[in-house]
Each structure stands twice: as structure tokens, then as C-alpha cells.
Write a protein that binds this ligand. Structure first.
Ligand SMILES: C[S@@+](CC[C@H](N)C(=O)[O-])C[C@H]1O[C@@H](n2cnc3c(N)ncnc32)[C@H](O)[C@@H]1O
Length: 253
């Protein structure tokens, strides 16, 4: 059972296709996974919420199979509207209803920060199990300069905390970067990552006009910059990691 305010998923459904931050983070995610296997593949969005990222991934990469799970029935019902062609079900990221090695690409966006430490370890072990030996994992979390745990249901990651958790689960990080550098610097007091119980629900509010153009323009520049392997951004309220099974990384050396 997850405790979120009543209108959380309806609000997420509304902002995820209209807010510049989602447009920007989708572009950045795509830049980071540019080298991962393309169209013929099977993808899973673990903790897919109301389906915005799956919609984007299907439109951009036309995977042969697209699956999503979320712990919330309400989220899955909204996701079914947004991505009717996907296989969607209610499940926990700590107990994924798929055989080992089912997916070429697994994404897990802004879920890990909502889990207890033991659930984070279980979730990453499950993600490792369902990613094929030649597969790729994309993880997005909130970020701070220094990792902290506010309570059992919410924490902030830093680069070292995310990289260590991934390595302990049998992944190797190929990319690890912050995102939305200038936007995060500009809003570092007002818009630092917040737990969902906060009045903002931890979701951005819809902006229009210059702020929206500026925000999406800056994130488009970041996406172009990050397309090149080896590049990363040193600051931002969001962290993204691209990881692969350790054995795959070893074999490439
Ligand atoms: C901040 S939202 C992110 C949703 C979506 N991935 C996105 O990027 O918009 C966190 C999501 O994680 C889901 N969630 C929380 N705990 C989970 C668990 N144990 N298993 C699966 N989903 C979970 C919530 O229901 C919610 O949809």
C-alpha cells in the first residue's frame, strides 16, 4: 500500500505530457540510452506511474513489446488510457511478474527514492533479474549533493549512493549524471526535491510562456551535450544512471 494524496495520480497524468521538465528529461533519457538496443526490443517501465514515459518510449523507439508495472491501481488505470498498446499490471518493483532476462531495456524513473533501504536492494535485485544479459537499465532518482534519508518512505540520492546500490545489485554504471543543471541552480531553494506529502505533491506546477521555453531549451541543450559517451553534468536535482549487467561490462573490456 502506498500513501499518496488523493489527486496525486490525476495530477501526474496531467503534468507529464504538458510540463517542460518532462519533455526535457525524456530527451535527456533518450540521449543517454542512444546506444542501447533499438526497435526490436522488449522494454519494461518499472513503477511506470500514469504511463508518460512509456508513451514517449513507444513513440520514439517502437519496441516490439512494452510493459509497465506500478503498485497503484489508479496509476495503472490512467496508464491504460495513455498507452493502450502496452502490457500493464499492478505489481511491486520488489517482486516483478516476469521471467529472468525478459527485457532488453528496463527503466525505473523516480521510484527508488520512495522505498526503504531493504526494498531498494530487493528492487534492484529484481531489476537485475529481468534485464537480459545483453540488456540495459536506466534509473532516474532525485538528487542532492549529499545523500540523506528523511524517513522510511523517502530519501535523496547522491552519485555515490546510487552507483553503490547499482553495483551491489550486480550492475556496472556506464553513465551517471545529474540533469537540469541551470534550472536546479535557479530554483535551489524553492524547488529542491520534496517528498510527495508536501503541498506540491513533489510534482512541478504547470508553467507557460518564457519560463517554459527557457526550461525546455536548456534541457534540450543538455540532451545534446549528454549524447556523447563519457559526458556528465555535475549538479541538478535529478540523477540518471545507465547501467548494464556486470558480466556484460566485463566482456567488453
Ligand atoms: C514519483 S512517481 C514516478 C512515476 C513515473 N515513473 C514517472 O516518472 O512519472 C513514483 C511511482 O512509483 C510507484 N511506486 C512506489 N512504490 C512502488 C513499488 N514498490 N513498486 C512499484 N511502483 C511503486 C508509485 O505508485 C508512483 O507511480
Amino acid at each position: 500500500v502506498i500513501e499518496v494524496p488523493d489527486h496525486y495520480y490525476r495530477r501526474l497524468y496531467e503534468v507529464e505530457t504538458r510540463h517542460w521538465w518532462y519533455r526535457g528529461i525524456e530527451r535527456i533519457s533518450l540521449a543517454l540510452i542512444a546506444g542501447a538496443r533499438p526497435s526490436e526490443s522488449a522494454v519494461l517501465d518499472a513503477g511506470c506511474g500514469t504511463g508518460g514515459f512509456l508513451r514517449f518510449l513507444i513513440d520514439e523507439r517502437q519496441p516490439a513489446r512494452a510493459c509497465g508495472i506500478d503498485l497503484s491501481l489508479e496509476a495503472i488505470e490512467l496508464a491504460r488510457r495513455r498507452v493502450p498498446e502496452a502490457e500493464l499490471e499492478v505489481a511491486s518493483v520488489t517482486k516483478l511478474p516476469f521471467p529472468a532476462g525478459s527485457f532488453d531495456l528496463v527503466v525505473c524513473n523516480d521510484v527508488l527514492q520512495h522505498l526503504s533501504d531493504s526494498d531498494i536492494a530487493e528492487a534492484l535485485a529484481e531489476l537485475r533479474r529481468v534485464v537480459g544479459e545483453q540488456g540495459t537499465l536506466l534509473v532516474r532518482t532525485n538528487a542532492a549533493r549529499k545523500a540523506t534519508r528523511a524517513n522510511d518512505e523517502w530519501r535523496l540520492f547522491d552519485r555515490a549512493a546510487l552507483a553503490t546500490a547499482l553495483e551491489q545489485a550486480g550492475f556496472r554504471c556506464l553513465r551517471l549524471t545529474h540533469a537540469n543543471l541551470l534550472g536546479s541552480l535557479a530554483g535551489r531553494r524553492r524547488r529542491a526535491p520534496r517528498p510527495p506529502g508536501h503541498e506540491s505533491l513533489g510534482l512541478p506546477s504547470l508553467a507557460s510562456g518564457p519560463r517554459s521555453w527557457l526550461g525546455s531549451g536548456l534541457m534540450a541543450i543538455e540532451a545534446r551535450y549528454l549524447r556523447k559517451p563519457g559526458r556528465s553534468l555535475p549538479y541538478g536535482h535529478t540523477l540518471l544512471a545507465v547501467a548494464e549487467p556486470a558480466a556484460k561490462a566485463e566482456a567488453r573490456r
